[in-house]
Design a protein around this ligand. Structure first.
Ligand code: APR
Length: 254
């Protein structure tokens, strides 16, 4: 196991593992979007330092006050639509195009991997840019920030109350996404873990499952997290510095 503070050394080591790998995948969390000015949930400036998740990100909170929950999501939608993918998102998309990484399994709901050009993306926690009818299940894309008088959003098909198409605390993950993710983690011989504390289940255990099947892990995070101490390569610093260096190793321009 090698711990790096220098992104160039970390990227050189990670690139060697990528070249040796047969099935490398990415597992990402909110930290990969932090440099796109989208707040993370924990650690310094984390959303859960300022808001109580049980008041905004649970089915009970939504049942209690759908307008309050929708106003908070409308604010996060404005951040996401105003954000641009970072160089980390872009380099990951280019590595997929070159066949070097096979898929991105993300806990993020911001759609930045897809906007950067990643194709094989599995959204474990849904998407903040999609709404779902609580009655008929109809889903539709949100392409602009809803105005306050449109909230709480209603289903265009049946008129019932709509909700953000994301996974709230206490809710199961979308079955199809989780099944696809399990397959990816069981096939992977290398998992790059980027920008996640790893504390939320069941997503957080997926890299450990891959490791139990012999996969090697690379950890890219600002600070120590659940995967510290069990990865071949650990880089502690901003993910963009790592991916800029990795792009140079891979001979691509992110
Ligand atoms: N580069 C790399 N890592 C970063 C950066 C950065 N620029 N900025 C922050 N980080 C790291 C933090 O150190 C932290 O460990 O990203 C991690 C983000 O952790 P969390 O805020 O816990 O976010 P995440 O792991 O994605 O949370 C998982 O929790 O609230 C739920 O559903 C929500 O999907 C989310 C889940």
């Amino acid at each position: 196991m090698a711990v790096y503070k220098d992104p160039v050394e970390a990227a050189k080591h990670a690139w060697r593992l990528l070249e040796e790998s047969g099935y490398a995948i990415l597992f990402t969390g909110s930290g990969i979007s932090a440099e796109a000015s989208i707040p993370t949930f924990r650690g310094k400036d984390g959303l859960w330092n300022r808001y109580r998740p049980e008041e905004l990100a649970t089915p009970e909170a939504f049942a209690r006050d759908p307008l309050k929950v929708w106003r908070w999501y409308a604010w996060r939608i404005s951040l996401v639509l105003g954000a641009e993918p970072t160089v980390s998102h872009k380099v990951i998309a280019l590595l997929e195009k070159k066949g070097i990484i096979k898929s991105v399994i993300t806990q993020n709901v911001d759609g930045l991997h897809q906007r950067a050009g990643s194709v094989n993306v599995i959204e474990l926690h849904g998407s903040i840019l999609r709404a779902r009818c609580t009655k008929c299940g109809y889903k539709w894309e949100i392409t602009r920030v809803p105005s306050d008088d449109e909230l709480p959003l209603r289903c265009p098909k049946c008129g019932a109350l709509a909700r953000p198409d994301v996974v709230w605390f206490g809710e199961p993950l979308p079955v199809e996404a989780y099944q696809r993710a399990l397959k990816e983690f069981s096939r992977a011989d290398l998992v790059l873990i980027v920008g996640t504390s790893g504390v939320v289940e069941p997503a957080g255990s997926l890299p450990l499952y891959a490791k139990s099947r012999g996969a090697r892990l690379v950890n890219v995070n600002l600070e120590a997290n659940r995967y510290s101490g069990i990865c071949e390569v650990e880089f502690y610093g901003p993910s963009t510095s790592f991916f800029r260096a990795l792009a140079r190793e891979a001979g691509i321009h992110g």
